[in-house]
Design a protein around this ligand. Structure first.
Ligand code: NAP
Length: 228
């Protein structure tokens, strides 16, 4: 039977690439956008692949509840929470406004965990919850210091996801993956990034499929372990 995936934040960039990649591998994919009418590339992918489009803004509990209602009865082998933002380009704790830091922490750290908690009962046994984090979320590897706000948001996501794994996943036979996609040519990664979307999502799909034995792992798109 075909595997099922729910990919959150798939209007463009890596999320769109992941939806297309898993559908291309024969998975039944549900892919979300905040505003599907403003996501023509996702609509194009859905017209040629097995992709159902749904709507969610992960920042809004009401929107997450509406997604749960719209997908009621569906169970998934993979929940991939990809949605994320970079925050203010200056990236400085000294300059950031309260609104901007609240938005960054909400979208990148709190909202993914809340969504994972609400969809946990919808994961099939043996399934996977993947959080799109970054190598920049590693506290152990933070010797460079740059991009401190974005780093802090992904470090917060990492530690919240460890609490989620310890407190919520419990004895269920599920795998939790914290994934770094590489430095990728997207709106966020910019044109000078190291790799194309296709290389990143191909690697990420391989990593998801290869790591289903349970536990929580912090890995890059080539399957290399990242220190927390
Ligand atoms: P992107 O092109 O800017 O795409 C970001 C995606 O997240 C868009 O689909 C966007 O939807 C969605 N999104 C943002 N806020 C959302 C919200 N509140 N609710 C639902 N969806 C939301 O960025 P990307 O490079 O593909 O990044 C995807 C993920 O990879 C992010 O978590 C990012 O932090 C992470 N990452 C990227 C890189 C890189 O080099 N690109 C490296 C490390 C980690 P809209 O179209 O509605 O805005």
């Amino acid at each position: 039977m075909a595997k099922t995936a729910l990919i959150i934040g798939a209007s463009r960039g890596l999320g769109l690439g992941l939806a297309t990649e898993f559908a291309g591998r024969g998975w039944h994919v549900t892919a979300t956008a905040r505003d599907p009418a403003a996501a023509p590339d996702l609509a194009a992918a859905a017209s040629s692949h097995d992709i159902i489009i749904q709507t969610v803004d992960i920042d809004s509990p009401e929107s997450v509840a509406a997604l749960a209602a719209a997908t009621a009865g569906q169970h998934y082998d993979l929940l991939f929470i990809n949605a994320g933002i970079y925050g203010p380009r200056h990236g400085s704790a000294d300059k950031v406004t309260q609104d901007d830091i609240a938005a960054l922490m909400l979208t990148n750290a709190l909202a993914p965990i809340r969504l994972a908690r609400s969809f946990l009962p919808r994961l099939n046994e043996g399934g996977t919850i993947a959080f799109m984090t970054s190598v920049l979320g590693s506290v152990a590897l933070n010797t460079g210091g740059t991009m401190e706000l974005y780093r802090a948001s992904k470090a917060a996501l990492n530690t919240l996801s460890r609490s989620f794994f310890a407190q919520d996943v419990g004895k269920r036979r599920l795998t939790v993956l914290n994934l770094h996609p590489g430095w990728v040519k997207t709106a966020m990664g910019g044109p000078d990034a190291q790799i194309e979307i296709a290389e990143s999502v191909g690697g990420l799909a391989d990593v998801v499929i290869a790591n289903t034995g349970g536990g929580q792992h912090y890995l890059d798109y080539q399957g290399n372990q990242i220190p927390w």
